[in-house]
Design a protein around this ligand. Structure first.
Ligand SMILES: CC(C)(COP(=O)(O)OP(=O)(O)OC[C@H]1O[C@@H](n2cnc3c(N)ncnc32)[C@H](O)[C@@H]1OP(=O)(O)O)[C@@H](O)C(=O)NCCC(=O)NCCS
Length: 356
């Protein structure tokens, strides 16, 4: 039996330049496991980017635990939740280095982060477990869309931990530069009704649009497919938008956004965001994309996606790819992404457990 300790990571104020503190080791561990599953380093965040996401927030709470063996980080458990009366859900993640798996470290980390959720009186836990592309036996998603490998460590661990399998998310990669982008933009504009106008910004949302932008963030929660996950109400205020933007900008992942206005009402009805790393050789994580229900069916999703890729090309050219995550039953979004050129590199199983 391996002896290990579990402790809470003290989130550092600055990145340790040697990269050897517990926080940096934990970041490297998650990146290593993701690269093994997805066959690319493109889903990685560097330590500075992750650090900005772990800063204290008025609206969200986080704790990171690590399992260490002889002082080395070999496992990591993440706890995240929203504050406020409606925040009844915790998002949990467990990662254990391949050399230390199957020794009870994952189970011990999961027990501790579930305990944090219980002591915060959370009703349910959600986990997003990475799943590789595979030809072997699968578990079909209860949504009827997608599947994950049945016999993998992740699936067996989640089942052994008492979670129910709820949904599949597709992880897709778009190689850049995109051949034919300009003709895709021209086609999308040709198809677009004059009822809509497009706006773009990099960094902070202009004050003129920020209330609408907060409304669109809140609608992500109600208008995106959520299977049987029963997500909590998750209201975004202008203050929360500004806090989130500040964290992304200080973590050197500033948003590059395209948004669409319904001209008759002078309201934003959709947007798409890319969170763009500083170094041009790094992949870009796709942020949120939404067209609210009332304005679907006008090809605005395609318009937003291709316009923002052209916007990216102007403000931050040279990145190798964009990485995006979509619910497998979100056929409209997947159809847009496939038409643009995104290709699946793996999946995530989405799991739920009632805690009380
Ligand atoms: C999933 C993961 C966290 C498991 O970590 P671990 O330390 O190996 O897990 P444990 O040793 O505590 O296993 C607990 C139970 O899970 C099940 N399990 C774990 N790995 C398994 C495997 N490879 N095959 C079959 N069952 C497995 C078993 O029931 C095991 O109990 P047992 O060993 O007494 O039979 C690890 O494989 C990992 O980091 N994977 C990548 C990240 C990930 O998918 N995280 C999942 C949630 S976000």
């Amino acid at each position: 039996m391996t002896e290990f300790d579990i402790t809470t990571v003290e989130i550092p104020a600055h990145i340790d330049p040697s990269g050897s503190d517990e926080f940096c080791q934990a970041v490297a561990l998650r990146n290593h496991l993701d690269a093994l599953t997805f066959g690319t380093n493109d889903t990685a965040l560097n330590a500075a980017e992750e650090l900005s996401l772990w800063q204290p927030s008025e609206f969200e709470s986080y704790r990171m635990l690590v399992a260490t063996v002889d002082g080395r980080v070999v496992g990591r458990g993440d706890y995240e939740t929203t504050n406020g009366d409606d925040g009844d859900t915790a998002w949990l993640a467990v990662h254990v280095h391949p050399d230390y798996q199957r020794r009870g470290i994952g189970r011990a980390l999961m027990a501790e982060i579930e305990e944090l959720a219980l002591s915060d009186r959370k009703r349910q836990a959600h986990c997003y477990a990475p799943a590789a592309l595979s030809d072997g036996p699968v578990l079909e998603s209860p949504t009827g869309f997608g599947s994950i490998p049945r016999d993998s460590a992740e699936t067996q661990f989640m089942l052994a931990s008492g979670y129910s399998f709820e949904q599949v998310e597709r992880v897709s990669r778009l190689p850049l530069p995109l051949a034919g982008l300009h003709s895709l933009v021209d086609q999308a504009i040709d198809h677009c009704s004059r009822d809509y106008a497009v706006h773009e910004w990099a960094g902070r949302c202009p004050d003129r649009w920020v209330e609408d932008y907060a409304m669109l963030y809140s609608r992500m929660n109600t208008d995106a497919p959520s299977a049987g996950l029963e997500p909590p109400e998750d209201v975004w205020s202008v203050e929360r938008i500004r806090e989130n933007e500040s964290r992304l900008i200080s973590g050197e992942l500033p948003p590059v956004v395209a948004a669409v206005e319904h001209v008759a009402t002078a309201k934003l009805v959709g947007f798409t965001g890319l969170n763009v790393p500083q170094e041009p050789d790094r992949a870009i994580p796709q942020g949120n994309t939404i067209v609210i229900r009332e304005h679907r069916g006008h090809r605005l999703g395609m318009l937003l996606k291709v316009l923002n890729l052209a916007h990216l090309d102007r403000v931050a050219p040279g990145h190798p790819s964009v990485i995006t995550y979509n619910a497998e039953e979100n056929r409209h979004m997947l159809a847009v992404n496939e038409a643009v050129g995104f290709v699946a590199i793996g999946y995530e199983g989405v799991w739920k457990k009632e805690l009380r």
